[in-house]
Write a protein that binds this ligand. Structure first.
Ligand SMILES: NC(=O)c1ccc[n+]([C@@H]2O[C@H](COP(=O)([O-])OP(=O)(O)OC[C@H]3O[C@@H](n4cnc5c(N)ncnc54)[C@H](OP(=O)(O)O)[C@@H]3O)[C@@H](O)[C@H]2O)c1
Length: 343
């Protein structure tokens, strides 16, 4: 028996599609032996996975920008791992890689799956593995291209971002500041609001849990909102629509307030504000920008290294906690990019 065959792969599979918030009994905990990679393939040991609000969408049946996770399939997740066996000349045992390992301890990636899996070696000089899941990873890329390509910020404009203390929000707000904008966050609770202002340098932050979003937004954005980067949807989007300026850009990045709805998603009642203000609302899917990720990584890594930008991760240890840890995204318990470290 080879050393690899002695290893057991613990996995978490989708057992049933949730109605509302996912629960522990909707997951299957399975094991299987670890296999050698075939020619051109690699075997990756998962070090940490990224917990993302999008995972909730992948658990639903139906058409989206990516196929749903099938019942019985290992739950999809991006992550960081170490190559422990390689039959591919591009990868060496010991390489630390970014990939889509899923919620499992070991991930076998066949040669024809390397691109689809998003496998690449991370450059440790640019950031730590956790930063490669955050500012330099998928959330950072989302913030970068959503703000720069769709938002097109100009110095002096007012940018509002919801989910401000989260993974995408922290990149958006800090980058908008670097581009010379006035930046206002929207986040849940005084601790997150204080952090984005004091630590990240936002100009103001509205605590939506205080219940006065409309009035607080008016105070924080006396000249109106030129760019709204929306991570949450629902009532907050509707309220921001009442404050937009002529020619405003609204980036529809996500709608976390709606992901666990058991009734249909609520659209914005105030959408005619787009007409009055000749404004634009546009969706973004980060995977459309993969070819340009290196450009964004180079710029964001430069900001991290110069100290102009910070990267905050909220790290939870233990794969078995996955069902409960995932829920932190939906009750706002995560403070920064939520990472599940395996060992
Ligand atoms: N389009 C894309 O390609 C793409 C890519 C990545 C992410 N996204 C989207 O971007 C958004 C942020 O993702 P992330 O990874 O950065 O997550 P995150 O902000 O790190 O975590 C989620 C946060 O959402 C907030 N939240 C939860 N329920 C809420 C509610 N009912 N109302 C208002 N806020 C609520 C919580 O913060 P508070 O404590 O402040 O409430 C929570 O901490 C999500 O909607 C996600 O789906 C889109």
């Amino acid at each position: 028996m080879t050393a690899l065959a002695a290893l057991t792969n613990h996995q978490i599979r989708l057992k049933a599609r949730p109605n509302g918030l996912p629960t522990r009994d909707g997951w299957d905990f399975t094991t299987e032996p670890v296999a050698e990679p075939a020619d051109g393939g690699v075997l990756v040991k998962t070090l940490a996975i990224s917990l993302d609000p999008a995972m909730r969408g992948w658990m639903n049946e139906g058409k989206s920008y990516i196929a749903p996770v099938a019942i019985g399939e290992v739950m999809r997740a991006g992550g960081i791992g170490m190559v422990i066996a390689s039959k591919n000349p591009g990868f060496t045992v010991g390489d630390v890689v970014s990939c889509t390992p899923g919620v499992q301890e070991y991930c076998l990636i066949a040669v024809d799956q390397i691109k689809r899996n998003g496998l690449f070696r991370i450059d440790p000089r640019l950031g730590t593995p956790n930063q490669w899941l955050n500012v330099l990873g998928m959330p950072g890329m989302t913030g970068y291209f959503g703000l720069m390509d769709v938002g097109q910020p100009k110095p002096g404009e007012t940018v509002v971002v919801s989910g401000a203390a989260g993974a995408v929000g922290q990149t958006v707000g800090q980058l908008a500041k670097i581009k010379g904008c006035r930046v206002v966050g929207i986040a849940g609770g005084p601790a997150k609001c204080e952090w984005v202002v004091k630590e990240l340098g936002f100009d103001a932050c509205v605590d939506y849990k205080a219940g006065n979003v409309k009035a607080d937004l008016k105070d924080a954005c006396p000249k109106g909102v030129d760019i709204y980067f929306d991570n949450v949807g629902g009532e907050i989007l509707d309220t921001v629509l009442t404050r937009i300026t002529r020619g405003a850009r609204i980036i529809i990045c996500g709608a976390i307030s709606q992901y666990n709805n058991t009734t249909p998603v609520k659209g914005p009642a105030n959408y005619l504000s787009l007409l009055v203000n000749r404004a634009r609302m546009e969706g973004i899917v980060v995977f459309d920008y993969t070819e340009r990720f290196p450009v964004a990584v180079a710029e964001l890594a430069g900001h991290l290294q110069s100290g102009r930008m910070k990267s905050k991760e909220d790290v939870v240890v233990g794969m078995a906690t996955f069902p409960e840890t995932l829920l932190k995204l939906f009750n706002g318990e995560n403070f920064g990019k939520l990472v599940l470290q395996f060992a």
